[in-house]
Design a protein around this ligand. Structure first.
Ligand code: NAX
Length: 358
C-alpha cells in the first residue's frame, strides 16, 4: 500500500525539519505477540514523534506471511496519517532494503527441555543470516535494536555479520529491565515516577543482570537515602528485577508483551530524540572497554543519547566492590555465551581487531 500523508500546516522550524523526514523501519517477528503490540506505537507517532513519516517493512517466517497480510490490513484500517507505506514478506534482503531502522523481535522461542546452547545455536543462525542480509541491502546508517533472546548475544552475532555497518549502530533491549527497576522503586517509596532517575542495568538481559541504584536519585536525593533500606536494595530489589520476566510468565502464562513493546518505544524514542538533560537510560551496546568490560561484548551500560541516534556511555562512575562483583558475574555469562556462539569461529574481538578500527 502506498499512501501520502495529509499536509500539515503551520509548523515550527523544528517541525518543518522533521516533517520532511521519512524513516523506513523493518520489524522482524512482526506476526508475533510483541510485534502486534508495537506496530500501533510506531504507526501513531509515539516512537519518532508526530511529524516523522514511516514506511513499514514487516518480516516473519514463510508460514506467517498470511498473518502479516492481515496485519497490513489492520494497519490500513488504523488510518494512521504518518504511515506512508507498508510491505511484508519472509525474505530479509527484500525487507531490509534501504532501511533506516530495524527492530529485531523475531526469533525462535525456548521450548521445554531445550538447552541454552541449543537456543543459542538456532537463534545464532537466524542472526547470522539476517546480519549478512543487513550488510548487503540496508543503508550503512541503519540503526538496529535487538529484542529477541538471548538479546545481547543475538545482537553481537548480528553486528559481527554486518561489518560494513558501524558497531555503534547495534543495540539490544534492556530498557524493560530499566523500567521495571524504576517502577519497583516507585512502589517502595511512593514518590512520583518521573522523579526517579538514573538507575542502571548492567550486563546481560538475563537473570545475571545487575540493577544498580548507587548513582540514581529520587527527587534529586540519592536513592539509598530515600529508600533507607539497604538490605532490600542489595537483596530483594535486585532479585525482583532479575526474575521479573519469569514472574510474569508464572502469573500470565506467557511472557511480557505490551510492557516489552513500550520499552522498545522508549529505547528508540530516546535514542532518536535524545535523553532528558541530566538523565541516562540503560541500553545494550557494543562495549568499548568502559568499566573493564571486554571490548566487543554487547553489554548494558548507562547511556546518554544525543539527537538523531547518537549515544555515549556514561563515564567515571565509581564502582564499589559489591557492584564490581555483580558486574563480573554478568560479564562472565556474556563471555560464555559469546564463546558458545562463536565456538567454530574466531572470537569477535579478534575478528574486530583485524577488520575494524576502534
Ligand atoms: P512470539 O513467539 O509471539 O513471536 C516471535 C515471532 O518471531 C513469531 O511470529 C515467529 O514466527 C517469528 N520468527 C521466528 N523466526 C524468525 C525469523 N527467522 N525471521 C523472522 N521472524 C521470525 O514471541 P514474542 O512474545 O513476540 O517475543 C519475541 C522475542 O522477544 C522473544 O525472543 C522473547 O524472548 C523476546 N523478549 C525480549 C525482551 C527483552 O527485554 N529483550 C522482553 C520480552 C521478550 O521476552
Amino acid at each position: 500500500m502506498t499512501r501520502k500523508s495529509d499536509p500539515i500546516k503551520k509548523l515550527t522550524p523544528e517541525e518543518k525539519e522533521n516533517v520532511t523526514k521519512t524513516l523506513r523501519v523493518c520489524v522482524t517477528g512482526a506476526a508475533g505477540q510483541i510485534g502486534y503490540a508495537f506496530l500501533p506505537l510506531i504507526s501513531n507517532g509515539s516512537v519518532f514523534g508526530p511529524h516523522v513519516k514511516i514506511q513499514l517493512r514487516l518480516l516473519d517466517i514463510p508460514a506467517a506471511v498470511k498473518a502479516l497480510e492481515g496485519l497490513s490490513m489492520e494497519l490500513h484500517d488504523g488510518a494512521y496519517p504518518l504511515l506512508e507505506d507498508v510491505a511484508f514478506g519472509s525474505d530479509p534482503e527484500e525487507m531490509f532494503k534501504d532501511c533506516d531502522v530495524v527492530v529485531f523481535i523475531g526469533g525462535f522461542p525456548r521450548k521445554q527441555g531445550m538447552e541454552r546452547k541449543e537456543l543459542l545455536s538456532i537463534n545464532g543462525n537466524i542472526f547470522k543470516t539476517q546480519g549478512k542480509a543487513l550488510d548487503k541491502v540496508a543503508k550503512k546508517t541503519v540503526k538496529c535494536l535487538v529484542v529477541a533472546n538471548p538479546a545481547n548475544t543475538n545482537c553481537l552475532i548480528l553486528q559481527q555479520n554486518a561489518p560494513s555497518i558501524p558497531k555503534e549502530n547495534f543495540t539490544c533491549l534492556t530498557r524493560l529491565d530499566h523500567n521495571r527497576a524504576v517502577s519497583q522503586l516507585w512502589k517502595k517509596t511512593n514518590m512520583p515516577l518521573y522523579s526517579i532517575k538514573n538507575v542502571i542495568i548492567w550486563g546481560n538481559h538475563s537473570s545475571t543482570q545487575y540493577p544498580d541504584v548507587n548513582h540514581g536519585t529520587i527527587a534529586e536525593k540519592p536513592i539509598k537515602k530515600v529508600v533507607e533500606d539497604e538490605e532490600w536494595l542489595k537483596g530483594a530489589f535486585i532479585t525482583k528485577i532479575q526474575k521479573r520476566g519469569a514472574e510474569i510468565i508464572e502469573y500470565r502464562g506467557s511472557s511480557s508483551v505490551f510492557s516489552a513493546a513500550n520499552a522498545i518505544k522508549d529505547h528508540l524514542r530516546d535514542w532518536y530524540h535524545g535523553t532528558e538533560p541530566g538523565t541516562w537510560v540503560s541500553m545494550g551496546v557494543v562495549s568499548d572497554g568502559s568499566y573493564g568490560v571486554p571490548k566487543g561484548l554487547v553489554f548494558s551500560f548507562p547511556c546518554i543519547c544525543k539527537k538523531h541516534f547518537e549515544y555515549e556511555i556514561v563515564q567515571g562512575l565509581h564502582i564499589d566492590p559489591f557492584s564490581q562483583e555483580k558486574i563480573n558475574i554478568t560479564t562472565k555469562e556474556l563471555e560464555e555465551e559469546r564463546d558458545e556462539a562463536f565456538a567454530e569461529e574466531k572470537k569477535p574481538q579478534e575478528a574486530a581487531a583485524g577488520e575494524q578500527k576502534e
